[in-house]
Design a protein around this ligand. Structure first.
Ligand SMILES: [Zn+2]
Length: 206
């Protein structure tokens, strides 16, 4: 457009709210990105201290979209013997891997003992516990969410390693991996000093 004033020319972006803002890729993406209903669990998955690969897997888990063995039933594959690679007792599913499996249970219970989470090995119970306060940035909440993400990731990785790469880790090794992953992440986060933070540092050997 030809300039009719002496003011400098500028590019602005009219967002969804019809308010002109300084043009940026961020603004454009926010205007054109697909949107859907805001889910009530998103703060359990996405938060500033999250580990990206854990968050991505949790996001898929929340939608129950992991490719577990129970899904093969709907593909009508009947002649393949299916057993959970962790306990070998029955075919795996979201609820089996992250609630019922006796191998995974041991890892859950060792890990949640280091958090404010209830002593359960059930991902839906953990989600329901975290949901009301997941938006808080307290040290206990951050630790609980980090442990939740790390346990789910470790169990899923172990399941896939056994199924496709034919090697396995013990329950103790898996817990040690969870512990060191969360510990390393906690080392990179700055918390305000408090008695709770000091207790957390002692617990996680920081
Ligand atoms: Zn199992």
């Amino acid at each position: 457009m030809p300039q009719t004033t002496s003011l400098p020319d500028d590019i602005t972006w009219l967002g969804l709210d019809n308010v002109p803002r300084k043009f940026s890729v961020n603004q454009v993406w926010d205007s054109i990105r697909p949107r859907s209903i805001c889910v009530n669990w998103f703060r359990i998955v996405w938060y500033s201290q999250c580990v990206s690969k854990h968050a991505f897997l949790l996001w898929i888990l929340m939608g129950e979209r992991l490719k577990t063995q129970d899904k093969l039933k709907s593909w009508e594959i009947h002649n393949v013997p299916l057993f959970c690679p962790l306990c070998k007792l029955r075919h795996d599913s979201h609820d089996h891997l992250f609630s019922e499996c006796i191998y995974a249970n041991k890892v859950w219970k060792k890990a949640v003992a280091f958090t404010c989470l209830p002593m359960v090995s059930n991902w839906k119970v953990v989600c329901n516990y975290l949901m009301p306060t997941a938006g808080r940035n307290t040290v206990n909440m951050v630790v609980a969410k980090l442990v939740f993400g790390a346990v789910v990731y470790a169990i899923w990785q172990e399941r896939n390693n056994r199924l496709f790469k034919k090697f396995h880790h013990s329950k103790v090794k898996l817990f040690e991996d969870v512990f060191s992953t969360v510990r390393l992440k906690l080392m990179s986060i700055k918390f305000k000093n408090s008695a709770k933070v000091e207790r957390m540092k002692t617990t996680w050997q920081l």
